[in-house]
Write a protein that binds this ligand. Structure first.
Ligand SMILES: Nc1ncnc2c1ncn2[C@@H]1O[C@H](COP(=O)(O)OP(=O)(O)OP(=O)(O)O)[C@@H](O)[C@H]1O
Length: 299
């Protein structure tokens, strides 16, 4: 379980993380999205206890994480470029983690070796980027962490390996309620894997929701009428975006599906489709709302 309350981190004059409050429940997979430089990595490093916040409180399993070795034993952070010890083989790195993490499970390490086709006796530094990432997951999951923190985790893995790694993560979440926090630009992956999502922009949390709620709240609508309606017919709806393509109006509308449909059907449309938005479309819209260009997002 991860709890952040009004957390800020300042680098010289730059407030990289600003007054962020997040709760990630035990056994939840939380996806952190955001523009480049939004503060995602900084936030993950704060939660992992690598950085110390300037304001606010960060708790993992109800305890402060910074300089707390007991809590750090329960947390594993895989950065966007996984760290490898120069000259160490996989076996030597495993021995290091075995000594460092009390939760190390040799049986798990041996079992997962079947997933990754990697020679344990080779130096990790000589491996490709994707293979080094596989080693990072192999070691991380062998420490049996309570909390797994992942920065762009599946970058560089091939599609088969992505699936295998996702399955391993989901297994640990299902079997022993591991909590996972993932930062990624790959929205499809976040949509697949996560139950909650937060969007960060310029250090601030713009939005935080259950993915299912987020998607059932926002709709893409295509509608056309026999005769054009007056411009303000959409006013009673919570329209986030609209554009006209010939006689068809394309809109993004927030609200309950039933209420929207009842309202629109009153005008007897000749075309009416209400479709769910993908996470990618929601993200682009939300970013557009804070100044990111989002023209032509409706396809
Ligand atoms: N150690 C540091 N010293 C000074 N500024 C930093 C430091 N680390 C990060 N920053 C700044 O903080 C801001 C947030 O950076 P961060 O790496 O957290 O963003 P991010 O959301 O992970 O971005 P990206 O998606 O591009 O990886 C950036 O403006 C960055 O330049």
């Amino acid at each position: 379980m991860i709890q952040l309350t009004n957390v800020s981190k300042i680098f010289k004059e730059l407030e990289a993380v600003e007054n962020v409050t997040i709760n990630v429940n035990k056994g939840s997979i939380y996806g952190l999205l955001g523009s480049n430089g939004a503060g995602k990595t900084t936030l993950l490093r704060l939660i992992a206890g690598i950085l110390h916040q300037d304001k606010g409180e960060i708790k993992v399993n109800q305890q402060n994480v910074y300089e707390n070795t007991a809590v750090k034993q329960q947390v594993f952070f895989i950065p966007d470029i996984p760290y490898v010890f120069p000259q160490y083989t996989v076996k030597q790195m495993a021995q290091f983690y075995q000594q460092t993490y009390s939760g190390w499970n040799q049986d798990r390490f041996d079992k997962i070796s079947a997933v990754f086709d990697i020679d344990c006796n080779k130096k990790v530094q000589t491996f490709s980027k994707g293979m080094q990432r596989q080693v990072a997951f192999w070691l991380a999951l062998s420490t049996m962490p309570d909390v797994l923190i992942l920065d762009e985790p599946l970058d560089g893995l091939d599609p088969v390996m992505r699936k295998k790694v996702k399955n391993l993560i989901i297994q640990d979440v299902a079997k022993r309620e591991m909590t996972v926090l993932i930062s990624s630009h790959n929205l499809r992956e976040i949509e697949d894997l996560c139950d909650h999502v937060g969007i960060l922009h310029k250090g601030r949390l713009l939005l935080e929701k259950e993915i299912d709620d987020l998607k059932s709240d926002t709709h893409k609508i295509q509608v056309a009428f026999k005769k054009p309606l007056s411009e303000d017919w959409l006013k009673p709806l919570n329209v986030l975006y609209s554009e006209q393509r010939g006689s068809v109006s394309l809109c993004i509308v927030r609200g309950k599906e039933e209420e929207i449909s009842t309202y629109i059907k009153r005008f007897q449309p000749i075309i009416y489709d209400l479709l769910p938005l993908t996470l990618e479309e929601i993200f682009i819209y939300e970013m557009g709302d804070v100044g990111y260009d989002f023209k032509n997002i409706l396809v």
